[in-house]
Design a protein around this ligand. Structure first.
Ligand code: UFG
Length: 328
């Protein structure tokens, strides 16, 4: 029997990797994407249905056509800085869009829902290891919009029995080791792709945002997780729901933090090239240190984030960067 999964945002960075993992696990990933930030040539592993989350009629049509066993919901705007300048865009697309999708799923009787949330829902709790019980105090509209969707999912479980697995991501990096898909944002704001651009001479030198933080080398510390490990957790989360284990939330990180300078040092050794960089001011909204307590995913889901080391993450991102796909 065909097991279709609606993947919103399947044309984006994480969604396209999820589609590959779903296909390898025997599902048919059906990408639902409006291509506002995604790329049609990243839809390689199943059908493509172009549509907008705010278009309920289009959603109903797609649910009726595919009768999916689950939804994986990646589609969202995700830039912290932009969310502070234009909060309405985030509340409309992320919250109202998700609400429309959730209502369409329930109306279609599709009661398994996997949702991509973020450590940005925790806010600025510097130097704390964040686990699933940590209090959520978002400091930006992006994090607030994701937390609101978590609340909607909880309410829809109480009212209609919708089962959800919520994943809160830390810093997602790397790419498909076979370079069939990879990371490409327009505009790019993330550390590793910007650094690889600088190494390859495609951009000016990388700017280190702040060197006076209260960390051993003065730069911010983040918990980087390989995108392929991250999407593996989603497949495990889907099986969890199909096994009837009920709603649960999981943080996805490794529990190890690396500073910006440490990432630069690893990039130098992986690419054998110099990393042109300058030291700049702090970027507004950056926390000193964000590190996950991710034991729940390991012990309960059986997740093994074996690719989430900097050498593999930077190496896979570099291979994709060097492949022709990158230059759109
Ligand atoms: N950094 C630089 N220079 C750059 C870009 C980034 O020094 O040009 C630094 C940042 O200051 C930060 C680290 O590199 O210390 C990582 O920055 P990213 O922009 O790659 O990632 P963030 O930690 O800012 O953001 C990530 C996700 C967001 C999510 C956020 C939660 O990309 O979607 O974590 O805090 F909201």
């Amino acid at each position: 029997m065909t097991r279709n999964v609606i993947v919103t945002g399947g044309a984006g960075y994480i969604g396209s990797h999820a589609c590959k993992a779903l296909r390898e696990a025997g599902y048919v990933p059906v990408t639902f994407d409006n291509l506002s930030t995604g790329w049609e040539d990243a839809v390689k592993f199943g059908p493509f249905e172009r549509g907008d989350l705010l278009d309920r009629a289009r959603l109903d049509e797609v649910f009726a056509a595919y009768r999916p066993v689950a939804v994986m919901h990646f589609a969202a705007f995700s830039q912290v800085g932009e969310s502070m300048k234009d909060p309405g865009r985030y509340w409309r697309n992320n919250v109202i869009g998700s609400l429309t999708l959730i209502e369409a799923a329930v109306a279609a009787g599709c009661m398994n829902f996997v949702f991509s949330s973020t450590c940005a829902t925790f806010g600025d709790q510097d130097n704390v290891v964040l686990d699933e019980e940590s209090v959520q105090m978002p400091i930006n509209s992006y994090g607030a919009s994701k937390r609101a969707i978590e609340d909607i999912l909880e309410n829809f479980e109480q009212a209609y029995g919708l089962n959800s697995v919520i994943f809160r991501y830390f810093n997602v990096a790397g790419g498909d080791p076979e370079a069939e898909v990879g990371e490409f944002h327009q505009p790019e704001t993330h550390l590793i792709p910007l650094m690889l651009d600088a190494i390859a001479g495609k951009r000016d030198a990388l700017t280190i945002f702040g060197t006076d933080y209260d960390t051993p080398d003065g730069t911010c510390i983040r918990d980087y997780v390989h995108v392929c490990d991250l999407v593996d957790a989603h497949v495990l989360g889907l099986k969890w729901l199909e096994d009837g284990k009920g709603s649960r939330m999981f943080n996805l990180g490794t529990g190890k933090g690396f500073s910006v300078r440490e990432v630069i040092d690893h990039s130098r050794s992986v690419t054998n090239r110099d990393v042109p960089y300058v030291e700049g001011d702090r970027r507004a909204g950056d926390c000193t240190k964000l590190v996950s307590g991710s034991e729940r995913a390991v012990t309960e889901l059986g997740w093994r984030p074996e690719r989430s080391n900097l050498v593999q993450m930077i190496g896979d991102a570099w291979r994709w960067h060097q492949s022709g796909h990158y230059d759109k």
